[in-house]
Structures are given as C-alpha cells and as structure tokens.
Write a protein that binds this ligand. Structure first.
Ligand code: HSE
Length: 441
C-alpha cells in the first residue's frame, strides 16, 4: 500500500490528540483510503511538556526545522498557533512543496492571502478544516458538499466560550462578570479571556467562512465585531420575555443594502455581534460550549451543522480529515480536490456596518414622567425607524425605569444617529443598550 509520511509541529493538547486519534483509527483510515499514513517526526516544545496523551519519544524532536526539512515528510501539520513563528513554519513547509494542514485561525485571518499565494506558487495545498468550529466539517462542506451553491446566508455560533457564558447567564439569571469568573475557574474560559469574549476569535472564524463561501479574502479589519461584555442579565431576561435568546453570532450574508449599487450579490455583510434570535429558531437551542453553523445555500436550502468547536479530540478529527485530503492528493498524483481556497469573485466587497439593515432591541433607562415615550418615539419616527413593541415595567413616577423597545428594519447608520440623539435627552440615564435582532428570513 502507498504510504504518506506525516510531520507535525506541536505536541501539546491538540497535537497529542491528533497522534492519539491516528493511533486509534489509523488502520481504519488506511483501509478507507488505500493509503497508509505514517508519522515520522513530531516537533514539541519539550519532551516532557504536559500532554493529555503520550507521544512516543522516538518521534519527538524539539527542532521544528527537522520536520520541515525532512525530505521523507510530505505533509506538515502546524499546531503551534499564533501569528508569529507559525507563519515562518508554514511558509518554510510550503517552500519545500509540502502540503500543510493548520488549525490556526488567527494566522489565516491575518495573513490568508499571503499564505494561499505562497501555496499556489509552490504547487502545494494549505488545508484548514480545524480552524473553524473544531470537529464540525464546515470547511469541507462549504468547499465540496455545497460546491453547487451560492451562499445567501451563513450564521455561526462559532465561539464555545461565549456560548457557554451566554447559556449560563440565560439559564441561571446570572451576571456576565460572575459567570465569566466561574468559567475561568473551571477552565471553560481563558485568562485573559479577551480573544474570546471580545469577539476576535469569532471574527477570525466567520472571516474564514465568508472568504471561502464568497470567493474573495475578507480583510478582518472590515468585519464589524462586538463581543459579549455588554450583555447583561437584564437584557437576557427582557429578550426572554419577548421570545428571544441572545447569542454571539458570526454572520456572513448577502445583505439588503439601501445604498449598495451594482451587483448586490457581490456585497456581503460580515460581522460578529450579540444577536437576539427567536426562541423557535434552531440556533437558540445550541447551548453550552457547542458550536453550530446554519448555512443557507441557494440550491440546497437551509442546513445545520452542530458539534464541538474545540478540544483535543474534536480538533484532531478535523485535522486528520485534512490529512486524508492531502494524502488523496498525493495518491492521485496531484491536487484533485476542490482547492482549499479559490479567489473567484472579482468584485467582492464587505459592506460597511452603517449600510447594513437590521431589526433592533433597545433598552434605555429613563425617568418615568409624562412625555418621555413621545419624545423618544419622535426621534425614531424622524429617522424613519418604526417601533414594533415596547415594554416598560411599572415603576414610580419620577424614578428611573427600564424602557425596552423592539424596532423594525432600519440601516445601522440611522439607528446609530437616532441613539446618539436619544442618549442626550435629559431624562435618559446612562448609555442606551442596543442589540440587533435576526429573523433568518
Ligand atoms: N476559544 C475558542 C472557543 C476555541 O471558545 O470556541 C478555539 O477556537
């Protein structure tokens, strides 16, 4: 049987998970593929670094260049992470015409075009299934399973940490800060947690999905990103009363844009923000650390992917699926898969957030006195923003009360300006809270 030789850089949690899964199911994979997969070298930080599964000493080296420069190694798996040395490693492997498999979403997000250009130049492939949604085969599905589709909309719960925190806030009626502190104590959230809770990790992932789906590399600077720090238990409760759940959604969709001209399909919304989603929608039931992607194809219709977005075993499953694609490329004598990334859209562009039209949830703290609602409504009316429902819990006249409004479709620019005016009204206390509402239509 033909053999494909593998080298891996990174022998910690995920790396040892990949080795373990290969040791467990390598024979099965070989039987399915008709190609034997053999590990030759694994570069580690230190032979005795803590790892959940053992790696044989005979495979280990502390010099990553030994992996990249080994002429027998045909596929290099990069699991170092970050945007520094990992980039040097991948470029070095591609320069040697080795296929590269990476889980590195931050690196792809920051340097995707350069890395794919290098891969094209060297004739090698760069695979990245594990970079988005861990074990869910979302990249392969977009790339191959849905190759006959355009993608009007992709909605993803792509950050398990945020989903875990928001789920507990909803179910326990707890505050963000308390749940975050407990999640950190239990190892569900990193310390510091910023990459996850400020939406950066989700930004990397939705950027990768949007790029693949729409055929041009989405610059991460163009992705409007808000994290979950401003979601309060009060908002969770009011959203619940209104029939909604708050989730951090990565969104990539062909957007209705009031000022976009030309080919509307080439202009897309790519964003990350806490979103009110109807409780009846399937994404509202994705709880805890689980990830999900709701993909709408113009041919296939609506589809749903659900699974573990992180962790050594789920990530290993995704890494090994890329290794198999790489091995099939080699077995069949060239790149015969649908390539990992194809820049086919000439006029692709990301719409500025101001041009995106959405519905809104707004919570104000107002002094309860005559004329307050009329003045606020007048500002929305002047901005052509319609009110669809209002909640004001009964309070005492002259005291502060929450005022919750659900608003009809309006461009974000109009909403931003209206809220700036409202926040200056003397009876409006503190900063208005605003979340967008998604109806999935
Ligand atoms: N930190 C990520 C999450 C997993 O919480 O989903 C790695 O991308």
């Amino acid at each position: 049987m033909q053999q494909v030789n593998l080298g891996m850089i990174g022998g910690g949690t995920v790396g040892s998970g990949v080795y373990h899964a290969w040791a467990q199911n390598g024979d099965l994979m070989a039987a399915r593929l008709g190609v034997e997969l053999a590990f030759r070298k694994i570069a580690v930080k230190a032979f005795d670094e803590p790892r959940p599964y053992p790696i044989p000493q005979s495979l280990m080296t502390t010099d990553w260049q030994e992996v990249v420069n080994d002429p027998q190694i045909q596929v290099v798996i990069e699991l170092v992470g970050g945007t520094g040395i990992a980039k040097t490693m991948i470029l070095a492997a591609l320069a040697q015409r080795k296929t590269v498999v990476t889980a590195n979403k931050a690196l792809l997000s920051a340097h995707g075009p350069e890395l794919f250009a290098e891969a094209a130049k060297s004739g090698a492939n760069l695979y990245y299934e594990a970079s988005v949604c861990g074990g869910i085969p979302i990249i392969k599905s977009l790339r191959e399973g849905f190759v006959a589709n355009q993608f009007p909309a992709i909605y993803g719960i792509v950050n398990g940490t945020c989903n875990y925190i928001l789920t507990r806030m909803k179910h326990e009626g707890a505050d963000f800060a308390d749940v975050l502190a407990d999640a950190q104590k239990q190892g569900y959230a990193e310390t510091p947690p910023d990459l996850d809770i400020d939406g950066k990790d989700a930004q990397h992932k939705i950027g990768i999905l949007a790029s693949l789906a729409h055929g041009f590399w989405v610059d991460h600077h163009a992705i409007h990103t808000e994290g979950i720090r401003d979601v309060s238990k009060l908002d969770m409760q009011f959203a619940g009363q209104l029939g909604y759940t708050i989730k951090l959604l990565g969104i990539a969709k062909q957007a209705a844009s009031k000022s976009a001209i030309g080919n509307r399909k080439s202009a897309i919304q790519v964003s990350v923000y806490p979103t009110l989603i109807p409780n009846a929608h399937v994404l509202a039931s994705v709880n805890g650390v689980f990830n999900a992607c709701f993909v709408r194809g113009d041919v296939v219709g609506d589809t749903l992917f659900y699974g573990r977005g992180a962790g050594k075993d789920a990530t290993a499953s995704a890494v090994l699926s890329d290794v198999v694609d790489a091995a099939l490329d080699l077995k069949l004598g060239g790149k015969v898969r649908v390539p990992p990334f194809v820049a086919h859209a000439k006029n692709g562009r990301v719409l500025p957030m101001d041009e995106i039209v959405s519905r809104y949830y707004v919570r104000l703290s107002v002094v309860d006195k005559p004329g307050v609602l009329a003045k606020i409504s007048a500002i929305f009316a002047a901005a052509k923003i319609g009110i669809s429902s209002v909640i004001q819990p009964e309070g005492h006249e002259g005291e502060s009360v929450p005022l919750i409004m659900m608003l009809h479709d309006a461009p974000n620019a109009a909403m931003r300006k209206a809220l700036a005016k409202i926040s200056k009204l003397p009876f409006v206390k503190g900063k208005p809270v605003m979340f967008r509402v998604e109806s999935f239509e």
